[in-house]
Ligand binder design. Sequence first.
Ligand SMILES: Cc1ncc(COP(=O)(O)O)c(C=O)c1O
Length: 471
Amino acid sequence: MGDHPLLDAWLAAREKGLRPLQIPGHKYRYTGDDPALGSDRLGPLVRDDVSLQGGADDNHYSLGVLAASEALWATSVHADHARFLVGGSSQGNIAALTAVGGPDVTVAVDRTSHRSALAGLVVSGSTPVWVQPRLHPVFGLPLGVDPHELDALSAEVSAVFVTTPSYVGTLGDVAGLARHAHAADRVLVVDQAWGAHLFFMSGSGAFDQGADIATTSVHKALMGYTQTAVVAVRGPRVSADRLDRAVDLTATTSPSATLMASIDATRAVMDAHGDVEIERAVGSVAAMRARLRRVAGLVVVDDQELGTPTDPLKLTLWLPRTGVDGVTLADLLWEQGNGVEAADADSMVMTMSILDEHEFCLEVAEMLAALVERLRGDPRSPVPAAHWQVVPEVVVSPRDAFFASRRRIALREAVGEVSAEQFCPYPPGVPLLAPGERVTAQIVEDIEQAGRVGRVAYCSDPTLETIEVLA
Ligand SMILES: Cc1ncc(COP(=O)(O)O)c(C=O)c1O
């Protein structure tokens, strides 16, 4: 097989002119021209769609192109076994926690984890012990869980789940966490959803630093189709069989060869040119940071400013000293077609990739500098985002709360009750309140405040007036 078996099989399937008597229902007929059947509407959408089963491979997967591509990915990121996913890192986190967890398993989980970690706890039935990341004393941004904190965990904790890079681009100490976790015979699970490029930067990927199992989104920092991700294992602590079982539990039985071939092609591109391209992109983002550092009062959140490592392809700005409101700035950028990853009053986060050319990066830096001058106001006190600092009172496990009977009451009257659902400012998708946690007056205030400045998702009443609590 060649350097990119799944991509080759996808190309070959397209060449073949398939006329299947099986799925997909669109039958690859949208190369033609029949408006009555939607060639004008569906055609542009599905014309690249090829299924894996009975498309890029046969019904028996006898070509084995998916497995071959997954093995190539595993080799590239220094893992033993990898599985391609079309349900994003959300699916990867659910599978990872299912692979290491179970009804009798206790897992230490960073409370600033993405909501999919909670889903993994519900599916696996594992009991979480929440741990908090260190927060920067001035900027209020998460700096990752302190490895020494693992030493204080009770003996029943058999796995640790952390996220790095964080949404704002700060990097956790995976090597330190792995050392401390392994010393106590614990499995280290890393959500590296934002850091697919790190796997292609020498020594920076989760496996090089000691993770036992890690998830990454190929569509975030790299070039895969939206929804693509990979979960992989390395070393003796989590077997390939357990990972397979967990992935198969969560996966579609009709995977898209198109989506998965985009993972294969991304890996092939990164193997061939990734180091050079990443070095160039890191240089471009460094130039953006240097330009923006000259803007009075603007803080560029990087290694230099924080004194701890950050993702070199993330551009996070901290705004209070400029008087600029991050949400207003982000709205202006969205209107002109330059949507940013996330923004709140104090900060704005941008994801850059190897597809952002140097000139574009410099233009963006100039534009941001000009916008900050245009919106400049009086310096103000920061209001650190509540979701980075939730310390919940857990009353029942996420799984018990998820399946419990519930009743709906006014959110403001819910103080003291136990939540049956999740309130999740999105982005970043970190729950302010999770199923099984006690509702407090502070949390109600934080939910209402988050609703005033953005979207609070995954709760049953989008008006945020009511909440489902345990009956
Ligand atoms: C830290 C983290 N993990 C996992 C995910 C889920 O990734 P996906 O959107 O690929 O499902 C996200 C999404 O934003 C995330 O921020």
